[in-house]
Design a protein around this ligand. Structure first.
Ligand SMILES: Cc1cc2nc3c(=O)[nH]c(=O)nc-3n(C[C@H](O)[C@H](O)[C@H](O)COP(=O)(O)OP(=O)(O)OC[C@H]3O[C@@H](n4cnc5c(N)ncnc54)[C@H](O)[C@@H]3O)c2cc1C
Length: 396
């Protein structure tokens, strides 16, 4: 069993309090995603807005029970994300902050770009985006059509294309966009975009789940990209573009899995609170759900620890994401069974959890894609079959 130490237990206690604020905002934000702008002072939202900034850029230190927290380790992140997603995944993922783009900047940006980007996040609550997906090409970035081309007469490069399903796209002021500079696997690069630049348009897409994230379509028409906005110029071509993107996903995937665990637990605890006198059969089913949630949480914790120890835990992160998303879907549907045929009408929060579980499944790649990754890790011998959880790496 993965045991949380005192520091992580303190973090969990504190985030449970923050999560109660998120829960209060869950249904109002679902109805009106713009409401998040009025809640940037909630302690949990404030913490999220700077939590991905590396320590050397001076993110505010938060003191909890004598422990200091600023930039999060992957393990801390999974503990935090499960709790806050229990409160509401829409508020969590719709909050300002660096999120995926902050991790990508850490991997790919040069010193001046990092200084500009992180100091912007520190100056005020700033929404950002990470724009990879295109219509028809989400799981297959190799088919990307957005292009970065050098303008006629050696002027600034021009960015053109359309991105779909981009979290926080329409409310962000800053973000990264992936685009093709030439054919082939090394031909994709990432650029930093200011949404006030001419040629940038973003519109929210109506979604059923995770409405607080305001998933958006971005249209990029001849957006001028100055040289200093091109990321990874100081790195070798093999370390730019898709390599950095995959590194970002690997670092964050356990946290996405933790969001799914939080959604599942929210539905489970909702039933426990509503169904005060369950039958024997219902008690057995609830016990089983509780054990499945704990099992998924354990996997997520091991996946987080593997990211922190750089011990090659890609298979763990994919397994955790696949398992946690399946759990969230199963548990949210089963929760409705416990509360009768009208459950989704009579219990708006439960209805929302069912919808949100579907959204988390698509974030960062579906279950099918995670299973493919897992299979590739297995056949390429990257999984230590004697110790697939990396327990030995943790000295246990
Ligand atoms: C709430 C939310 C937030 C998001 N935020 C962002 C964001 O901030 N930035 C961003 O870039 N994207 C974002 N996305 C997009 C997300 O990354 C994509 O939805 C995801 O990558 C899947 O791509 P797709 O929707 O194009 O589906 P497709 O890739 O078209 O897949 C459709 C189905 O086919 C299956 N499939 C595809 N290829 C294979 C294969 N080779 N073998 C077997 N099955 C396959 C998939 O598993 C899936 O079930 C977000 C999505 C959601 C729901």
């Amino acid at each position: 069993m993965f045991q949380l130490d005192d520091r992580l237990l303190a973090l969990r206690r504190q985030t449970r309090e923050w999560a109660a604020d998120f829960r209060e905002l869950a249904l109002p934000l679902d109805a009106d995603p713009a409401l998040i702008a009025e809640h940037v002072d909630l302690p949990g939202v404030r913490f999220m807005s700077t939590s991905m900034i590396p320590p050397e850029y001076g993110p505010p230190l938060v003191r909890i029970d004598g422990y200091h927290f600023a930039a999060m380790s992957a393990l801390e992140r999974v503990v935090l994300m499960e709790e806050l997603a229990w409160g509401d995944a829409g508020v969590l993922l719709g909050s300002p902050g660096g999120s995926m783009s902050a991790v990508l900047m850490d991997i790919l940006a040069d010193a001046a770009q990092k200084e500009f980007y992180y100091s912007t996040l520190l100056a005020r609550p700033t929404w950002t985006f990470f724009a990879l997906t295109e219509a028809g090409g989400g799981s297959d970035p190799a088919s990307m059509r957005s292009a970065l081309s050098v303008g006629d007469g050696g002027g600034p490069a021009l960015l053109n294309g359309t991105k779909r399903y981009i979290g926080n796209g329409a409310r962000a002021t800053l973000g990264v966009v992936f685009a093709r500079v030439r054919p082939g696997p090394l031909g994709i690069t990432a650029v930093l975009v200011d949404t006030a630049d001419p040629g940038f348009h973003a519109e929210p897409i109506e979604t059923i789940g995770l409405r607080g994230v305001q998933v958006s379509e971005l249209r990029l028409n001849d957006v001028e990209i100055a040289d200093d906005r091109i990321l990874g110029r100081h790195l070798s071509p093999t370390r730019r573009g898709m390599w950095a993107c995959v590194q970002t996903f690997d670092r964050l995937r356990p946290a996405v899995a933790a969001v799914a665990v939080g959604v599942a637990r929210a539905a489970y605890e909702y039933v426990l609170a509503e169904r005060l006198r369950p039958t024997k059969d219902e008690r057995d089913r609830l016990d089983l759900i509780g054990r499945r949630i704990e099992g998924a949480r354990q996997l997520v914790l091991y996946a987080g620890a593997a990211v922190d120890s750089h011990s090659g835990g890609r298979h763990l992160a994919s397994a955790a994401k696949a398992r946690a998303c399946r759990l969230a879907e199963d548990v949210t549907f089963q929760a409705c069974d416990f509360l009768g045929p009208g459950a989704r009408f009579e219990h708006p929060l439960l209805d929302k959890l069912v919808r949100d579980a579907r959204g988390v499944e698509f974030m960062e790649g579906t279950r099918t894609m995670q299973m493919l990754t897992l299979y590739q890790c297995l056949v390429s011998g990257k999984i230590n079959r004697a110790d697939p959880l990396g327990i030995g790496d943790r000295g246990e």
